[in-house]
Design a protein around this ligand. Structure first.
Ligand SMILES: [Zn+2]
Length: 317
């Protein structure tokens, strides 16, 4: 699909969303269907035989073999939430249908919850996206570039900017007719070891990678079929090189999405999730109407994220 067709496609309207997911029962049913499409499977022993009972208005399953009790949300990202599922579903709708990233401040306003609650919902849903995208592997022709994010707004203290700057690598695979296909964005230091490790998981062996002359990218040679270096110089000359057309477009979009939406936040600490959010939404852009259903499915099978883990930094530049 051409990029303008992607931009013009109709998303899921708020009316359609409310008709499908407007009540707690509808949301719970959607989670059950997404988590156990062929009927309940015990999360503890994989047994399929269970009895059900209702408690606090929610369905509980009890495994007939090991007596483990589960609900549609137990041991997922929704576990131990005090908020109704309708709030979570509306957050998923807003985060998948918006053209740009939705800030926690905007979520607070739209969901009618505290800022803290909105922040937690957003971080948890971004974590779901990060988990899903962690297995993304590009192949074929791939444009690769390195850049920095953040550091511009760090509370006005001079000299602190550099500490908050996050180095990251963006790679975009292109189709035979040179349209962007999938993207991978990873916060990482620009070292040979980090590049090799990244290429190992994110680039298939048949990849033909194109990059500039960053020394760390030399590590690509051992990991992929071919590594072509174009020394472009900096500034306008680099941006004009047609070999790097899509990686430059994507870098521009990413910077706009992030600096346009977020202000002073601890970017360095949570950068991996903001980058994963961008990556997830780009890689699922082909079908805007299905994007919510896909996120519901990924969330229904996600891991539990206690607050302490949510606040732990995954990567320090
Ligand atoms: Zn069991």
């Amino acid at each position: 699909m051409a990029i303008n067709q992607v931009q013009m496609q109709p998303g899921l309207s708020m009316r359609e969303f409310m008709a499908r997911y407007g009540t707690q029962a509808q949301c719970e049913q959607a989670l059950v269907a997404a988590r156990w499409p062929e009927g309940f499977v015990c999360p503890s022993c994989r047994c399929r035989h269970a009895t059900t009972f209702e408690r606090h208005g929610r369905t509980h399953w009890q495994c007939q073999r090991c007596h483990h009790q589960a609900t549609a949300t137990s041991n997922t990202v929704f576990a131990s939430t005090k908020l109704p599922l309708t709030v979570w579903f509306l957050a998923m709708h807003l985060m998948t249908q918006a053209k740009n990233n939705v800030s926690a401040l905007e979520l607070r306003r739209q969901l009618g919850v505290s800022y803290k609650a909105a922040w937690r919902i957003k971080q948890k849903l971004m974590q779901v996206m990060a988990e899903h995208e962690s297995g993304r592997c590009l192949s074929g022709r791939v444009e690769i570039d390195d850049a920095y994010l953040g550091g511009e707004r760090s509370g006005g203290k001079r000299g602190r900017g550099a500490a908050d700057k996050v180095p990251f690598v963006l790679a975009v695979s292109t189709t035979d007719d040179r349209k962007p296909h999938h993207v991978v964005v990873r916060a990482m230091p620009f070292t040979s070891a980090a590049v090799a490790d990244w290429a190992n998981t994110s680039l298939a062996a048949d990849t033909v990678g194109l990059s500039d002359g960053l020394p760390a990218f030399r590590a690509l040679r051992a990991e992929i079929a071919e590594h072509i270096v174009h020394v472009t110089g900096a500034g306008k000359a680099a941006v004009a090189n047609p070999q790097f057309k899509w990686v430059n477009v994507m870098l521009g979009n990413l910077k706009n999405a992030i600096t346009g939406t977020y202000h002073a936040f601890k970017f360095a600490k949570y950068a991996h999730r903001y980058l994963a959010d961008f990556q997830y939404r780009f890689n699922h852009r082909y079908d805007l109407r299905r994007m919510l259903g896909q996120l519901i499915q990924h969330a229904s099978r996600s891991k539990r994220w206690p607050e302490s883990r949510l606040r732990a930094a995954e990567f320090r530049g």
